[in-house]
Design a protein around this ligand. Structure first.
Ligand SMILES: C[S@@+](CC[C@H](N)C(=O)[O-])C[C@H]1O[C@@H](n2cnc3c(N)ncnc32)[C@H](O)[C@@H]1O
Length: 213
């Protein structure tokens, strides 16, 4: 695992060109919507939204959606999508969790896809996300199950080689979340330089914030 910063600004302009990423986002968004079918009135936060692959899947179905990310490059791509489509219910916010910034607003639903493994202090992140949720709100996190470090060709900025489900369950409960469930959302098949294929499973964790303290 590396502690160096990963340069997502550099990757931004080409991010959506990898069809496997777009398909993955579609599958994760579908898995989220299966869990949360009634979305029309929800104000949603997408943490680590990147170029908005998940944000844009959810946007037509929700009351509002805010994409937050530490990378200005990624956010520029999402801002362009929002502006080209003249969307009035989507916005972006530059936010680096590690810089101790605070995020405005309260949300009914927080989603995050493939971002938690880039955040070292998951327990502290969860405290922040919990505070941003309305009482009775929900959270849906998609990320890699524990892997052996081969998922990223370059592990710069990768703090977790996926997650052990039992440990994750424990961390969410410790942060105050209830009704924590973790299911398999999809699999990603990747080939290495010798064209040997490996399959990596992606989980969807769902949990809630109690309606009353
Ligand atoms: C693998 S990308 C996933 C992007 C998007 N969710 C998707 O599914 O395509 C991880 C994203 O997390 C963002 N990120 C990493 N560390 C972050 C932090 N500390 N605070 C906010 N965003 C962060 C990166 O800039 C990047 O856009």
């Amino acid at each position: 695992m590396s502690i160096e910063h990963r340069n997502f600004d550099f990757a931004a302009e080409h991010w959506d060109k990898r069809s496997q990423r777009v398909l993955l986002a579609q599958e994760i968004a579908d898995a989220i919507l299966k869990k949360i079918p009634e979305t029309g009135s929800l104000d949603v936060l997408d943490f680590g939204c990147g170029t908005g692959l998940i944000t844009m899947q959810l946007q037509p179905l929700v009351h509002s959606i805010t994409g937050v990310d530490s990378s200005n490059g990624m956010l520029e791509v999402l801002k362009r999508k929002i502006s080209n489509l003249k969307l009035s219910n989507a916005r972006t916010f530059q936010y680096d969790f590690t810089q101790g910034q605070s995020l405005p607003g309260k949300y009914d639903l927080i989603v995050s896809s493939m971002t938690f493994h880039h955040v070292k202090a998951i327990d502290i992140l969860l405290q922040q996300l919990y505070r941003l949720l309305m009482p009775g709100g929900g959270i849906c996190i998609a990320d890699l199950d524990a892997e052996d470090g081969r998922f990223h060709g370059d592990n710069t900025g990768v703090y977790h080689f996926g997650f052990e489900r039992d440990r994750l369950h424990e961390i969410f409960c410790q942060a105050g979340f209830i009704n924590v469930t973790i299911e398999t959302a999809t699999h990603i098949v990747k080939a290495d330089s010798q064209q040997n294929e490996s399959s990596f499973s992606v989980f969807l964790l769902t949990a809630g914030k109690p309606a009353t303290p």
